[in-house]
Design a protein around this ligand. Structure first.
Ligand SMILES: [Fe+2]
Length: 241
């Protein structure tokens, strides 16, 4: 049996990643997947990226939209979105505080990728396989899942971005979103992740929600005098606005 740890949308929330790491012993997994958005909104982008760099051999990671925006800022380009000044602060703070080694690591990551477990082909996307920025949620019309399943070279499609954990099988394709490790939108601040098990062609998925020390995130945001909208976001487990 192959066991794959599915992580994503960590958003620099290292205390949440560490809590998961303690809970499930990542070294026991055959592979560790990250659906993207390592960075922005908490103050631990370096610790977060280092965690994956240390597990380079097992980790399969892609960039998320926040990571792509961050790389554009680092190239000297203007940040178009978000528009609100308070929301832009974390992008600039991250660009100023990210260590060189971690910038290099991000620069070499793909926007999407695929891998094989047993004989099962898995696609990994931040949004969906035809739109990097699509926020696919389980309540989306069945027809959308059918479109994504049509001619899919992958039996499993793993996605992030919507921060909504789900597992759906449509037309034989398994759609999995592990939810967000570090920035939930459903008013439950606990960290979300999933485990994918593949055994002789059979696929099983289990989702988890575990608590982590939110106060560690809040304390560090305050230490760096960052806007209160971020501390509120982590405390409530809700979107910025
Ligand atoms: Fe995200």
């Amino acid at each position: 049996m192959k066991r794959i740890l599915l992580l994503g949308d960590i958003h620099a929330n290292y205390p949440a990643l560490k809590a998961i790491s303690k809970y499930i012993q990542p070294n026991k997994f055959d592979q560790i997947i990250n659906t993207g958005d390592f960075t922005v909104y908490s103050t631990f982008p370096n610790e977060t990226i280092k965690w994956f760099r240390k597990r380079r051999k097992k980790a399969i990671c892609i960039l998320g939209n926040t990571d792509r925006r961050l790389l554009r800022i680092l190239k000297g380009k203007k940040l178009k979105r978000p528009k609100k000044e308070e929301k832009r602060v974390m992008y600039f703070w991250t660009s100023e505080n990210l260590h060189r080694k971690n910038i290099t690591y991000l620069k070499f990551l793909p926007k999407e990728t695929d891998f094989t477990v047993g004989k099962i082909r898995c696609g990994l996307f931040h949004g969906t396989r035809d739109n990097l920025d699509e926020e696919l949620v389980p309540s989306a019309p069945e027809s959308r899942f059918q479109q994504l399943a049509r001619n899919s070279p992958y039996r499993v499609q793993i996605m992030g971005h919507s921060h909504v954990p789900y597992y759906k099988i449509v037309d034989g394709v398994h759609f999995i979103n592990p939810g967000s490790v570090g920035r939930m939108f459903d008013a439950d601040p606990r960290a979300s992740f999933a485990i994918l098990k593949v055994s002789s062609g059979k696929i099983a998925v289990e989702h988890f929600r575990i608590p982590y020390p939110v106060e560690a995130v809040v304390k560090d945001l305050k230490k760096h005098r960052l806007p209160e909208i971020y501390t509120k976001m982590f405390q409530t487990g809700e979107k910025l606005n």
